[in-house]
Design a protein around this ligand. Structure first.
Ligand SMILES: C[S@@+](CC[C@H](N)C(=O)[O-])C[C@H]1O[C@@H](n2cnc3c(N)ncnc32)[C@H](O)[C@@H]1O
Length: 238
């Protein structure tokens, strides 16, 4: 609390603090610092969007409905402090869950949570994305059945989304599915410091360019503030 008050006095308001961070660093460095700060201040549930129980369960129920079974391998892109991760880890077998995040503090907290919730025997892999790109080099030679990104592309600029689609095929096979949420808009809009809206057609175009099919499955995902859900698969080989 003291730290929070000091920060507000320093910068005038949390919004000014975030703006200042983004003035002085690249977008993802500033975003990671922002999440780090919030986690370090003890704001571990709100740091990644809040609604801890509700949103954790929503993600989990959705993927189980889509066929996530204990023997599957799952990659959680931008896993944060494991709002959904803790449910997935419990459900999956040993080493079934891998999560990574640009926020070192979120990963540190996630590791403690795994211990606290008695899930260490599931041996989840929790990684800090030090270079903060979406090239998936650290997973070279590995394939995941389910890849998930809840409330991550909602915070990503177009160049990061391009990079993601350019590289994600390297960690997918013909059966893999990549599910992600996004904010929908009639046109592209960077509508607050760390939030972006895209038309679905944007994702259709990027997906098609990189050899994927994409399906809008928003009708199956009742997100409380209206994030949409899409499913991406490799185009079937002829
Ligand atoms: C709103 S939080 C959601 C966290 C988690 N998916 C959940 O639903 O609880 C977004 C997370 O994505 C992470 N993130 C954003 N861009 C990322 C990137 N390029 N690579 C890895 N993590 C990223 C942020 O650090 C943050 O922890």
């Amino acid at each position: 609390m003291k730290k929070l008050i000091k920060r507000i006095l320093n910068w005038g308001s949390p919004e000014k603090y975030v703006r200042k961070l983004h003035e002085n660093k690249s977008y993802l460095d500033a975003y990671a610092d922002h999440t780090d700060t919030r986690v370090a201040e003890g704001d571990v549930e709100k740091a990644i969007g809040g609604s801890w129980e509700e949103m954790g369960k929503l993600q989990f129920d959705f993927l189980v409905k889509k066929g996530l079974e204990p023997q599957h391998k799952m990659l959680d892109i931008g896993c944060g402090t494991l709002r959904g991760g803790r449910h997935f880890i419990k459900h999956l077998g040993s080493k079934g869950y891998t999560g990574f995040d640009i926020s070192a503090k979120a990963i540190e907290h996630g590791k403690k949570l795994v211990e606290k919730e008695g899930l260490s025997d599931k041996k989840p892999e929790l990684l800090i994305s030090k270079d903060k790109n979406l090239k998936f080099k650290e997973f070279n030679g590995r394939e995941f059945d389910f890849i998930f990104a809840q409330s991550v592309l909602t915070h990503l600029p177009p160049e990061s989304i391009e990079e993601l689609f350019e590289n994600i095929g390297n960690i997918m096979n013909q059966e893999s599915v990549f599910y992600f949420t996004y904010f929908e808009g009639d046109r592209y809009e960077h509508f607050s410091i760390e939030d972006f809206r895209y038309p679905f057609s944007h994702f259709e175009s990027v997906a098609c360019d990189h050899g994927f099919t994409i399906e809008n499955c928003s009708h199956e995902y009742q997100h409380k503030i209206g994030q949409k859900m899409a499913a991406v698969k490799k185009k079937t080989e002829e």
